[in-house]
Design a protein around this ligand. Sequence first.
Ligand code: GRF
Length: 214
Amino acid sequence: MSDPRAALGILISGRGSNMQRLLDAVDAGEIDASVALVLSDNADAAGLSLAAERGVATCAVARSDFSSKPEWEHAVDAVLRDAGANLLALAGFMRVLSADFCAKWHGHLVNIHPSLLPRHKGLNTHQRALDAGESNAGCSVHFVTAELDGGPVIAQSEVAINVADTADTLAERVLAKEHLLYPQAIGWCASGRVALTGSEVQFDGRKLDGPIRV
Ligand code: GRF
């Protein structure tokens, strides 16, 4: 009989610390899912070897091996579907996915971003929070749509900014929050407690008025 649980595809580009926390949570039974595949756009991603060492199926689909972005994305999509993935977690995946790809995976494509969205979409989030003189920072887990870092937010964790903070010290504290927030939020998606209906995030069948604070 086929496994009724969600099948996770985790997409990474680099060190993969969030990926590791997701794998830990699956192993611990905190996320009710199987791991179908860890995929990277970068064959040298440290996280890819870490996943392989843990016995997880891995695959590199390098953009440079394809002459166009649509061909590369088609390959990414095919590899994930062949592996049986039905819920995708972007975990430090540094490629922007097209509107077409996001539409195909609508409601099944989730990202973690190191800011309190809608503040600081894009890169260099920690330095930008410091430059803006903000008193808090944090991370957000959101459904991915065609708008970069603009999809409906599921959950957020916050940290206070200290006067002595640099982008590095702030990044370290935010990352510690990411490692708690992402497994929890992916667990909710995998179990169906969190779902996307149109552009509305539902939690236990009721519309969320704002991000869940973790
Ligand atoms: C994390 O800060 C994540 O929020 C961002 O990229 C970083 C990836 O780190 N999207 P890691 O590869 O999970 O360690």
